[in-house]
Design a protein around this ligand. Structure first.
Ligand code: NAG
Length: 219
């Protein structure tokens, strides 16, 4: 076998059989514009690490989720772990979220571009659901102790269908930086505004409707 053929065979075996070539790791940001000042040999995914000899148990524990978030503004509040309140989570690809929802409150349809999510209802009664890419909807009522999964990147919601009591859910997300986009806000209260022609044609509504929806959403 000549050298070229040998190299191709080696490449084929590496790619097809041994899976040694890996895809890029998932990005931790929406985008990451390269800083031209960065030295060639410097690379990073997540925050820089401390000297491992200085690690203590306190780096791996947090009480960040022990208190309810303030729901006054939106009827819900999401409290997240992050690299500041739980530094030991850095680079491990995980986030936890405490979700407090008022009686009849809603976490409106939203998606996480970088994470699947599993949610457990701790107190109250939740109606949860997601929409897949063929527009099929999956919904479920959750009582305390029951869980539901939202696949990565798909639009989902949580609704507290109890009209008297608040609800609390706990979520685990498969990214250090899951990101969140609320569909209504991304459409109607973006900065700067989406062109009104886009909103009118995209949602089959009038100028007046567009302005009205934007106002209702606080934009
Ligand atoms: C969520 O709750 C925290 C803690 O009470 C509060 O500081 C924050 O402003 C609340 N967020 C929203 C969007 O209301």
């Amino acid at each position: 076998m000549n050298t070229i053929n040998y190299l191709f065979l080696q490449l084929f075996l590496n790619l097809a059989l041994f899976g040694r070539t890996k895809s890029d790791p998932d990005p931790l940001q929406d985008y990451c514009i390269a800083d031209p000042e960065t030295p060639q040999e410097f690379s990073l995914n997540g925050a820089p690490c401390i000297d491992p000899n200085l690690a203590t148990s306190s780096h791996f524990t947090t009480s960040a989720l022990s208190k309810p978030g303030d729901t006054k503004a939106n009827g819900f509040n999401v409290t997240l772990t992050n690299r500041f309140n739980l530094p030991g989570l850095n680079t491990l690809g995980l986030t936890m979220a405490r979700v407090d929802i008022d009686a009849n409150g809603i976490v409106p349809p939203h998606l996480h571009p970088r994470a699947s999510e599993v949610t457990i209802c701790l107190t109250g009664f939740l109606l949860v659901g997601f929409v897949d890419t063929s527009n099929r909807v999956f919904t479920q009522q959750l009582r305390p102790g029951e869980s539901f999964v939202f696949p990565k990147g798909l639009i989902h919601f949580l609704y507290n269908y109890d009209s008297l009591e608040p609800a609390v859910a706990l979520a685990g997300l498969g990214s250090q930086n899951p990101g969140a986009q609320i569909a209504s806000m991304a459409s109607f209260t973006s900065e700067p505004s989406n062109p009104v022609e886009i909103l009118k044609k995209g949602f089959q509504i009038s100028d007046l409707n567009a302005a009205w929806i934007r106002r209702n959403l606080g934009g």
